[in-house]
Each structure stands twice: as C-alpha cells, then as structure tokens.
Design a binder for this molecule. Structure first.
Ligand code: ACO
Length: 356
C-alpha cells in the first residue's frame, strides 16, 4: 500500500497531463507553449470547459466580464471585513460567501476568484475595493482592480500569460482536494473553496515570496555566486529551483521567463533575476552534479508578478485566480462520474482486547 498516494491513479481526466520526464505540460490537448502568451485566458478557459460548461464558448471574454460584475455584487458588501486578514484568508472568506444555487456557477466562480483576489489584497491594506469593468480582459481587469492604476497592454499580456500558465496541472494537492469535495456532490463553490484551502499551505502555493527574499539578500549580481555557494554549504535549498515531478525542466518556468523578459528594464529586477538564475544553475550543478536541478515555476512567477507591481502577499491569491478555472473543470468532471472518492487507511492503533 502506498502512503501519501504518490503512485496512485485517483482519477481519469481529459483536462491536463504533466510529463515530468519530458518536461511537458499538456492542457486540453495542447502543449502549454501553444497556449501561454498565444491564446487569451478567457479562450483557454472556454477550451478547458468545453463539453463541461454549456454556453461558455460563444463569447468567453464577455461571459467572464459579466461574471466579475455579478461576483462583485455578491462580494463587495463583505469588503469591510477584510481588514486584519491576510489576502488568502480574505479570499477564503469572500469565496465562501458564494451561493450554491445560482445561474451559471462555473463562470461566477471563475469571475469571483479574480475579483476576490484583488479585493482581498486591497482589503488587507485597508483599501476599498475597485469595481470591475466587464468590457476589459480578465487579466487586465484583475490587475487594475488590485493596483487601482491603469494597466498597460504588455502588463495585461504578462498577467494573462501567467494565469494561463497556472490554469491546470494534473492532480496537484488543491485539484485533488477540489475533486474529493466535488465527488460528494457538494457543488462548485464548496469545491473551489476547498481547492483554495489546500493551495494556502506553503508546500503548495507559497514559494514565490521566498524567491524575492533570496534576491533581496543577494542584493547585486556580483554577490550572487558567493551568496548562493554559502547558502548551499549551509545545506539550504535555493528557492525557485528543483521540482518533485519535473526532472528535466519545468515548462512553466520557460514561458514565464519569456513573458518577464518582455517587461525588462523599467526599474524592475528582471535582468538581475536572470543573472542570479544563471549563477544558481552553475552552483547547483557544481554542488549537486547530475541531480538535474533546474529552474521551477516559482522563480519566474515571483519575478513576473513583482515586475507587475503585485505585492508578495498577492502572489497566492493570483495563483488561485488562475487555478480556479481548473478546479471548476475538475469538479464538474469528477461529479459526473457519480462516484465518491473514498480511499482506505491502514489502522496502526491498538486493537480492543480479545473477548476471553
Ligand atoms: N537547492 C539546493 N539543493 C536542492 C534543491 C534546491 N532548490 N532542490 C533539491 N536539492 C537537492 C537536495 O538537497 C537533495 O540533495 P541530496 O540528494 O544530496 O540530499 C537532492 O537535490 C534531491 O532533493 P529532493 O528533496 O529529494 O528533491 P525533491 O524532488 O523531493 O524536492 C523540491 C523538490 C521540494 C521542490 C525541492 O527541489 C526544493 O526544496 N526546492 C526549493 C523550494 C522551491 O522552489 N519550491 C517550489 C517548487 S515548485 C512548486 O511547488 C509549484
């Protein structure tokens, strides 16, 4: 029996496939590189939901725009309760308020996740929420609602690329959690909240903040080699490198690196981060030869979102905003099987005394 389910197939899915040996992520029949930066987030959502959510594909941009407006009407009354909560706690509060009985729940959940991410980041800082603009693209509108400043076209494109990159990733912890809840026929809002709760933990969605802490500590490219070498000599892990499943490269790191590269040179740290990455790969190969420790998704997530002016505490909410579309699709796919997910445990406690 496998403890922790590492090698267990717990579901069949047509949504995404992670091939760690080949460094390949397939989403709805397409390689990630064909989608991220090439197809708008709304259209990738429609593709992922095709056959699962009727009426999404007619005009996905308008559908998610309307959903953000509907979501705002539900969520805005809760904004005064966000002060004093972290953004992830705030987002959990907001998404928990979504009703189970409502029209077009999949789109509402995806729209609400974007609105809630922006509202929770602002609320944690004591700022009032910003209303959505249904005519804007989903990524551009989330960034505007979060920063309350206009969003340039290349910034919107960079965030759009990020949201597509994280939309789905096989049976990761949060997606599995969402499927378990959906398997009880609990419904879409409950599945999404469950996914968010699993994502909240630092072992799943929380590494990008420490990547920036590492860059802060290194300070300048000249310090990189000595700093990284000393960190490894102390037995520390270099943040943003290595992956449990990807043994060659994390394809998500490559698309985010390209997207971040397009924002280079506006007082942001992208060129510095590229220099640190190159040095880190050299140090990792020298200190752990043959281990195939490459850059992972978290490294360029941190760099990209930082360059977009997203505060560190907003990284996990934005991850959730992208991944919600995946959770929704998995929840519907799972609930259609009509079968509850109910694994076994192995009892290691004491047994009652045998009757004499
Ligand atoms: N820096 C330095 N050494 C590393 C790193 C790293 N980032 N990652 C792995 N190693 C070393 C380990 O010390 C170990 O060395 P050893 O065999 O001499 O003891 C060897 O490489 C294998 O390490 P494992 O822990 O077995 O690798 P695993 O696949 O279990 O770990 C993990 C994957 C947890 C992501 C790891 O690489 C790590 O801690 N990375 C840093 C944190 C990080 O970036 N997390 C985000 C991951 S992406 C995501 O979760 C979406």
């Amino acid at each position: 029996m496998t403890i922790g389910l590492d090698d267990v197939v717990a579901a069949e899915t047509a949504l995404s496939h992670v091939d760690g040996e080949a460094g390949r992520l397939i989403i709805g029949g397409h390689d990630l590189e064909e989608l991220a930066g090439c197809v708008a987030f709304e259209d990738v959502v429609a593709m992922l939901w095709s056959g699962l959510v009727p009426d999404m594909s007619a005009d996905p941009k308008a559908s998610l725009g309307r959903a953000r407006e509907r979501a705002y009407a539900h969520l805005a009354p809760l904004a005064p309760r966000l002060a004093g909560l972290t953004p992830v706690e705030g987002m959990r509060l907001l998404l928990s308020s979504l009703p189970d009985a409502e029209e077009d729940l999949p789109a509402l959940a995806a729209g609400a996740s974007g609105v809630a991410a922006a509202m929770a980041v602002r609320g944690a800082r004591g700022h009032a929420p910003v209303e959505p603009d249904a005519s804007a693209g989903h990524a551009a509108d989330i960034l505007r609602m979060m920063r309350n400043t206009p969003v340039a076209a290349d910034e919107a494109k960079a965030l759009d690329t990020y949201l597509v990159t994280v939309i789905d990733h096989g049976l990761n912890a949060s997606t599995f959690t969402a499927r378990v809840v959906a398997s009880t026929q609990a419904g879409i809002p409950s599945s999404v909240v469950a996914g968010l709760c699993a994502l909240k933990g630092p072992l799943h969605g929380g590494a990008p903040g420490p990547v920036l802490d590492m860059l802060d500590a290194i300070g300048s490219p000249e310090n990189a080699e000595a700093w990284l070498d000393e960190a490894m000599a102390r037995g520390e892990r270099l943040m943003g490198f290595g992956h449990r499943i990807y043994r060659v490269r994390d394809p998500r790191a490559d698309v985010l690196k390209a997207a971040a590269g397009r924002l280079k040179g506006r007082g942001n740290r992208i060129a510095f981060a590229e220099a640190v990455e190159a040095t880190a790969l050299k140090v990792l190969e020298r200190r752990k030869p043959g281990r195939r420790l490459d850059t992972n998704v978290e490294f360029y997530t941190a760099i990209l979102l930082d360059a977009l002016g997203v505060p560190r505490e907003g990284f996990t909410p934005l991850f959730a905003a992208g991944r919600t579309a995946g959770w929704v699709a998995h929840a519907i796919e799972q609930s259609r099987t009509g079968r509850i997910i109910r694994p076994q445990s192995r009892y290691v406690g004491t047994w009652p005394a045998e009757a004499a």
